[in-house]
Design a protein around this ligand. Structure first.
Ligand SMILES: [Fe+2]
Length: 534
């Protein structure tokens, strides 16, 4: 647990009280907990990050680690100071405080900053044991009622380590975006891939807390990923690979490709994965709800969240993994798979849910307050129906929204019921770019469009379909564009006058110095659910 503590210096103490006391948990600390410990090495080799932004603050993240990415800082908590400044030289401090990095949370720090001015860029750093961290740059959101002229947001997903290098982040950083929306598969739990582009000495199957910590630390050791985290706040949700391929709620998923499904206690594995995810992401302390005697037997993480970007945009992040019902009609062992919808009525069973009842209700409430700007719905995967079989007959993927048709319909009904003016779905998971229209009823091609959709390609993870991706477009006329050979990210520029989305792709994701190109650009007018290729 990270605790904010006041400094003994009276001026600093007043400063601290002004900015941080409201966030503090009340706790007793042993004498000497803040005795100075000196590091003879740099404990900040995992970099810094910020996220969970608000109009008056954000969460600042780091995790202290020993040289060689070894989790061996001992058993004593480490006090960590954090500073937020107007300037990169830290001459004008805007906030500061202290947190306690503890071994039970892998010496991670989640400092919740308050009291900052809205719609402003700031610099931040941590100091522990006489060593300062790299400097990060972050920003507050505009005030909820502010007239905002522009939001530049990058969306990204699926960064399997050994499938390539994070050259995409080098270019994303140069775009100068306000926010990154990361939509899942931050890590992969698999052992080393065949034909790995890059290796790590310990790339085995990830099942224990130590394994998940190591896998996250491996990713955070990448300098390009670190630099992008240090460039602006990220808002994140997850998909399956942060735990296990195609898991569903408390049910284990598919252990392919190596038949590694036989982890005896999936709930313990999920708990390990959830804890490590919290330890490595800029989430709020209250977002991690530990399993408790008499309470839930599993850890929970609150990822569904709404961010108001002034009057310009309403950003909604969904979690379609943690609370879902199990897949139906798929593989007898692991349930997921391609399914003929004509032979599986339960795909559309209204009793089944992808978000869980509480999140569906929360989403409906968020749509009731959507406002007049853009409503950007970040979720894990392709939202629209996709028939994957060319010619007659249909095959849909039961692990995505196509496996939960009635639940998808409840979301689109909510958009219609509340007359949400400009819904834009962003997704990931499929390792291909898909662009199209969100339909009120996917069973009827002529049904009204209620929004637009941009499902993004991966940062590095390979595509299963590659060059044949676009061959499925004629089966799915609500999509207007599909491409599966290129890795990269999407760039959305929202203004009151329109949305411009640019699909940015690498010439070669197996090289750290890959060049970036524009694959396609699309335009959407506010209040009109039509996406057009520019
Ligand atoms: Fe993925």
């Amino acid at each position: 647990m990270s605790l904010h503590l006041s400094s003994p210096d009276p001026a600093a103490r007043r400063h601290f009280l002004r900015f941080a006391l409201a966030t503090a948990s009340v706790a007793w600390l042993p004498c000497g907990a803040f005795a100075q410990r000196r590091f003879a090495f740099d404990p900040f080799t995992l970099g810094v990050a910020s996220g969970s932004p608000a109009a008056d603050g954000m969460v600042l993240w780091t995790r202290l680690i020993a040289p060689g990415l070894i989790d061996s800082l001992g058993t004593d908590p480490v006090p960590v100071r954090w500073e937020v400044a107007d300037d990169e030289g830290f001459a004008r401090l805007a906030a500061r405080g202290e947190a306690l990095a503890t071994p039970d949370l892998a010496f991670s720090v989640h400092a919740e900053v308050q009291g900052l001015a809205p719609d402003r860029w700031y610099f931040y750093r941590f100091i522990a044991g006489g060593v300062a961290s790299p400097v990060g740059r972050t920003r507050t959101l505009p005030a909820p009622d502010a007239a905002v002229s522009r939001l530049r947001l990058a969306y990204a997903s699926c960064q399997r380590w050994e499938h390539g290098y994070y050259g995409a982040y080098r270019h994303m950083r140069e775009e100068g975006v306000d926010l990154v929306m990361f939509l899942g598969d931050y890590i992969y739990e698999y052992p080393n891939a065949t034909a790995a582009v890059r290796n790590f000495p310990t790339l085995g199957l990830v099942t224990t807390l130590a394994d998940y910590r190591d896998r996250h630390a491996m990713h955070r050791s990448d300098p390009l990923l670190q630099a992008m985290h240090a460039a602006c706040p990220w808002i994140l949700t997850w998909d399956d690979h942060e735990v296990q391929n195609d898991y569903a709620g408390v049910w284990p998923g598919d252990g392919r490709p190596l038949g590694l499904n036989n982890v005896a206690n999936f709930q313990a594995r999920r708990n390990a994965a959830y804890q490590a995810y919290y330890e490595h992401m800029p989430l709020r302390v209250t977002d991690f709800v530990r399993a408790a005697a008499g309470g839930s037997p599993v850890h929970e993480i609150k990822l569904a969240r709404r961010y108001r970007y002034g009057r310009l945009a309403n950003l909604v992040l969904l979690d379609s993994r943690q609370w879902r019902d199990a897949q139906v009609c798929g593989h007898p062992d692991h349930r997921s798979g391609m399914v003929d919808p004509a032979a599986c009525a339960s795909l559309d069973d209204p009793a089944r849910t992808l978000l869980g009842p509480a999140q569906e209700q929360w989403f409906d409430g968020a749509m009731a307050q959507a406002g007049s700007g853009w409503t950007v719905i970040g979720q894990q995967t392709l939202f629209g129906r996709r028939d994957n079989q060319r010619g007659s007959g249909e095959r849909v993927w039961n692990d995505g929204w196509d496996g939960y048709g009635a639940a998808r319909r409840r979301l689109t009904d909510s958009l219609q019921r509340h007359r949400v003016r400009s819904p834009v779905f962003l997704g990931g998971d499929v390792h291909e770019n898909w662009v199209g229209h969100v339909k009120a009823d996917y069973a009827r091609p002529d049904s009204t469009s209620v929004g637009v959709e941009f499902c993004g390609t991966s940062i590095t993870s390979r595509s299963a379909h590659g060059a044949t991706t676009a061959a499925r477009l004629p089966e799915n006329p609500h999509f207007i564009f599909a491409e599966g050979t290129r890795r990269g990210y999407g760039l959305c520029e929202f203004t009151p006058q329109g949305l411009s989305t640019t699909l940015r792709v690498l010439d070669d994701a197996t090289r750290p110095d890959a060049r970036i190109e524009t694959l396609a650009r699309f335009a959407v007018a506010p209040g009109r659910p039509v996406v057009e290729k520019a």
